[in-house]
Write a protein that binds this ligand. Sequence first.
Ligand code: DQA
Length: 152
Amino acid sequence: MPTVFILNGPNLNLLGVREPATYGYDTLADVEQRCLVRAQALDLAIDFRQTNHEGQMVDWIQEARESADGIVLNAGALTHTSVAVHDALKAADLPVIEVHLSNIFRRESFRHLSYVSLAADGGIFGLGPQGYELALEAMAALIEAAAGEGPR
Ligand code: DQA
């Protein structure tokens, strides 16, 4: 069964209590639960993680390179700052789908630049936790297409 790493960056551990007007009341555990249910229906295994640390995120993306078939990434604020995350994604050479709970393009201009988008196959933003489920659906299709094509 293909494995998808679902990686979450800084402050996403505070989901549910952090700025609920922007991010909603679901906790990250709620989001993980939704992902587990959806992954099961799609015949995907998931590894769902969160870190507040840039280096940890880079390490996990490097781990995915070895042991995952795709990455769903909500890098939080690292999205807008981290060339290191960008470079790790490029090196991973895996399907990558970017997720943001909020619509980053309706917010401050510093959120309009995404170093993740530059290394991602696609992205979903502004749809709250449902975005993670939609990303898994798209990821299942990308992995299936990649399996038919041989190595990337
Ligand atoms: C976020 C958007 C980012 O700009 C912000 O720094 C976050 C959360 C989102 O899911 O909407 O931490 O990635």
